[in-house]
Design a protein around this ligand. Structure first.
Ligand code: SF4
Ligand code: SF4
Length: 83
């Protein structure tokens, strides 16, 4: 399951450089996460790094993009050119 950034985002810029997959970018009004690139940090870290650093706790799991850990690992392998 990818994560999503809610409208509570204050555009603090802290999460974007922490994402190992380059999944976070500045959207029209707030930061956004590309669900095709977010692996919940599987393959890189044990915890979603963006969630760890967000000062307003506005990055929940996105129930519209449900994936198992195996699927997330597959995505990680594809993104990193290992599959
Ligand atoms: S959970 Fe990890 S991969 Fe997904 S957007 Fe956050 S930092 Fe990037
Ligand atoms: S860390 Fe949180 S508040 Fe800051 S830009 Fe990212 S989502 Fe928005």
């Amino acid at each position: 399951m990818s994560l999503k950034i809610t409208e509570d985002c204050i555009n603090c810029d802290v999460c974007e450089p922490e994402c190992p997959n380059g999944a976070i970018s500045q959207g029209e009004e707030i930061y956004v996460i590309d669900p095709n690139l977010c692996t919940e940090c599987v393959g890189h870290y044990n915890e979603p790094q963006c969630q760890q650093v967000c000062p307003v706790d506005c990055i929940p799991l996105d129930p519209e993009h449900v994936e198992s850990k195996d699927q997330l690992h597959e995505k990680y392998l594809k993104i990193s050119g290992q599959a």
